[in-house]
Design a protein around this ligand. Structure first.
Ligand code: KDG
Length: 368
């Protein structure tokens, strides 16, 4: 290669490099655009680059908390996060600044938990199902038909048993501060009405990334496939899967009714959220600020649970108005589903820790 050509090639390479770096600023989307509805979900929701703190908005704050979730800004989960922000900033007179991110802008549940472990993100609020990939015991909360109603779930989760599980997060470099609520999960699909366990036969259903969820759906005859939430809408739209399961709030607010025709109130799993913080970050806070975040996580959680419950029936009505066919599941049909799943639960109970499972069952009985 002659000298002139070499100079040209090097020049072009440098230009390409500058363009690429420009694109990468803020991880490829408007990550610092707090709460904006129009922010696109990251295409790659694996481990993210560290998100740059918005220095201007953070002002003189001593600490910044980057708090991210998978659901969108309309969801009660995000309203809860905004409440947390309000409480923390008020209580610390702005010494802690909270940046909130929705719609998987910082990644999916698993990658955000990993970012917390590394200290490149401070807060996330995943469902318990993906937490089981870090701590097997968390699968217990995802046993189908475990909690009879949300009041009993509150009592167990907010009590000694719930705390025992939060404490397990310490070993993973995570600090569990509170339980929030995702809610009772219901089935949608684009193929047929699902009224009984037989109707699951052959349906390809997206589940969260959790072995117990997969085995439970297999036991009911479905063909489950694990997937991060951030990929779900497209998978439903493109027909990669026939259906999915989530609470009515998510089905409505994420617009799944646009790509799904049938909804059944299977209520097969009560899905808790865990509000967690990066442990290295939590440990770096002065004690009085630790108390502020502890209390704010709980108070914002109460608010979030209330919002979630208040609108649940309305979301179902909205889904019907949007044209979805609603199938009510009878007690007998639900019992048949439970029976089909029972052997899976027995296997998991033994494999996880039968004594711990019995402790959870006992706490539920006591709460009832
Ligand atoms: O922010 C939480 C979501 O990322 C996720 O946990 C929602 O239930 C959920 C799912 O189906 O992935």
């Amino acid at each position: 290669m002659n000298k002139k050509l070499l100079v040209m090639v090097v020049g072009m390479l440098m230009m390409l490099l500058v363009v690429a770096c420009g694109d990468n600023n803020n991880g490829g989307n408007e990550l610092n655009n707090n709460g904006a509805n129009d922010v696109e979900t990251n295409e790659d929701n694996g481990a993210e680059e560290e998100v740059e703190i918005d220095e201007e908005a953070a002002g003189d704050a001593e600490f910044t908390i980057r708090a991210g979730i998978g659901l969108n800004s309309e969801h009660p989960q995000y309203k809860g996060l905004e409440k947390f922000k309000e409480l923390v900033e008020e209580e610390t007179d702005g010494a802690i600044y909270v940046e909130t991110y929705h719609s998987g802008q910082l990644g999916d549940d698993r990658s955000m938990m990993e970012a917390l472990q590394l200290g490149s993100q401070e807060v996330t609020v995943p469902s318990t199902a993906p937490i089981a990939n870090f701590i097997n015991e968390f699968s217990i909360f995802d046993f189908p038909f475990l909690f009879p109603n949300s009041e009993v779930a509150d009592e167990v989760l907010d009590g000694e048993v719930g705390q025992k599980f939060l404490d397990m997060l310490d070993d993973q470099n995570l600090k569990g501060l509170a339980y929030w609520e995702n809610g009772f999960r219901d089935l949608t699909n684009s193929e047929q009405e699902v009224a009984s366990v037989e109707d699951f036969e052959g349906l390809t259903i997206r589940t969260m990334e959790n072995d117990l969820h997969l085995d439970a759906f297999r036991a009911m005859g479905a063909n489950p496939t694990p997937m991060a939430f951030t990929e779900l809408f497209t998978a439903l739209q493109q027909g990669t899967v026939d259906g999915q399961e989530n609470p009515f709030a998510t089905i409505y607010l994420e617009g799944f009714y646009e790509v799904q025709d049938y909804v059944s109130d299977t209520h097969h799993i009560y899905s808790p959220f865990v509000f967690m913080m990066s442990k290295p970050f939590y440990d770096s806070l002065p004690e009085d600020y630790q108390t502020v975040v502890d209390e704010a996580a709980l108070e914002a959680g109460e608010y979030q649970r209330e919002l979630n419950r208040e609108a649940n029936d309305q979301y179902l009505e909205n889904l019907i108005e949007e044209g979805m066919t609603f199938t009510e599941i009878t007690d007998e049909a639900r019992e048949e589903m439970r029976e089909a799943i029972e052997p899976v639960l027995e296997e998991y109970a033994q494999q996880i820790d039968q004594d711990l499972v019995d402790e959870v069952y006992q706490a539920i009985e006591d709460a009832e």
